[in-house]
Write a protein that binds this ligand. Structure first.
Ligand SMILES: *Cc1c(COP(=O)(O)O)cnc(C)c1O
Length: 360
């Protein structure tokens, strides 16, 4: 068996010990005689798996007691509709900070339900920076302020939590949840698809302050009503059981690594290795402003695009896959989520140096 260094933006690499444990438990979970995939979601075994996953997640993220943790489906793109349908609560407007592709998708969807105010946009910098907080034109009557904490495609990330006063702050954290400690009490709601930094696709995590629940849009499907989902402990309908089980194993693994403070150190070190190298060469370029660079998704370009195909081919031959940048921006992108070991980034940087020496 040979495992590659997988730099995919998502679905992405998972910690190897988690995959090994899942393999061991595949046919018979803890003497139950069943795979987790075959269990009733209402049986005592699965209830134990789901409640342990929630408890571990609460512990890792230090989720305040007045917040609900919901295990849902539909991904972050579905949340682009589900969030406004739950959180407008009689108001008409939403403030958005537009920092790139994923912000734009959220804005487009929210426009079906609300008056959208783009309070600040990174468009004039080509989405290479987060607009400074002082420039945001917020509406004090907005239902909430929406940000994308890490733009997976453009590679810009917030390295601060914006103060937006009493209006709830909502964040799409799909690609950086659990990558570092975060003060959730500063947010009204955060959501994340699992397939970047948590586990298998199919699970969406929503963490929401309780007082924001209970005035849904009348057309909101019940399965997407946060209050209904919360009251039924994420079992109003059948949840993505196997994905929750794997997420639980990942949470346990994160705890064993030393929790989110240790993850921050690990992720900073990996990102620094790559960005520090990029700063030393004119052969490659990193487009994003220094203070907004993502620790999770590192976009870079070869100055000579004509070498892109050779770069990717050589990387693959050396056991590194999925380095091609998103089709909308081109170039390369190395996604280096929690599960990417330092060794993977070292191998990449060594390959980049070698490629430059041969083609520069
Ligand atoms: C991947 C991603 C999405 C889309 O998630 P789906 O699970 O495909 O709906 C949305 N926002 C961000 C920031 C992402 O990284």
């Amino acid at each position: 068996m040979t495992r590659v260094f997988n730099f995919s933006a998502g679905p992405a690499a998972l910690p190897e010990p988690v995959l090994r444990q899942a393999a061991e438990e595949m046919l018979d979970w803890h003497g139950s005689g069943m795979s987790v995939m075959e269990m009733s979601h209402r049986g005592k075994e699965f209830i134990a798996i789901a409640s342990e996953a929630e408890a571990l997640l609460r512990q890792l993220l230090v989720v305040p007691a007045n917040y609900k943790v919901l295990f849902m489906q539909g991904g972050a793109i579905a949340e682009n509709a589900i969030v406004p349908m739950n959180l407008l609560r009689g108001r008409t407007g939403i403030d958005f900070i537009d920092t790139g592709e994923w912000s734009k998708k959220s804005i487009k969807e929210a426009k079906k339900y609300a008056k959208v105010n783009v309070a600040a946009s990174g468009a004039d910098t080509g989405y290479t920076a987060i607009p400074a907080r002082e420039t945001w034109q917020l509406d004090p009557g907005a239902a909430y302020v929406h940000i994308c904490s890490n733009e997976t495609i453009g590679g810009v990330q917030y390295h601060f939590t914006p103060d937006v006063g009493t209006v709830p702050l909502v964040a799409d954290m799909s690609s950086d949840i659990l990558s570092r400690p975060v003060d959730l009490s500063k947010f009204g709601l955060v959501y994340a698809g699992a397939q970047k930094n948590i586990g298998p696709a199919g699970l969406t995590i929503v963490i929401v302050r309780e007082d924001l629940l209970g005035q849904p849009h009348p057309m909101l499907p019940s399965a997407f009503d946060y209050k209904t989902v919360a009251e039924n402990e994420s079992m109003y309908n059948t949840p993505p059981t196997y994905a929750i089980y794997i997420a639980g194993l990942v949470f346990r693994w994160l705890e064993q690594q030393g929790g989110l403070a240790a993850m921050e150190t690990h992720n900073r070190a990996k990102a620094a290795l790559l960005y520090d190298f990029l700063a030393t060469t004119g052969f490659y370029e990193a487009p994003v402003a220094k203070d907004c660079r993502s620790w999770m998704n590192v976009p870079f370009k070869l100055k000579d695009e004509g070498l892109d195909a050779a770069f990717l081919k050589g990387a693959e031959a050396a056991g590194m896959v999925q380095l091609k940048g998103h089709r909308s921006v081109g170039g390369m992108r190395a996604s280096i989520y929690n599960a990417m070991p330092l060794e993977g980034v070292r191998t990449l940087v060594a390959y980049m140096k070698d490629f430059e020496a041969r083609h520069g």
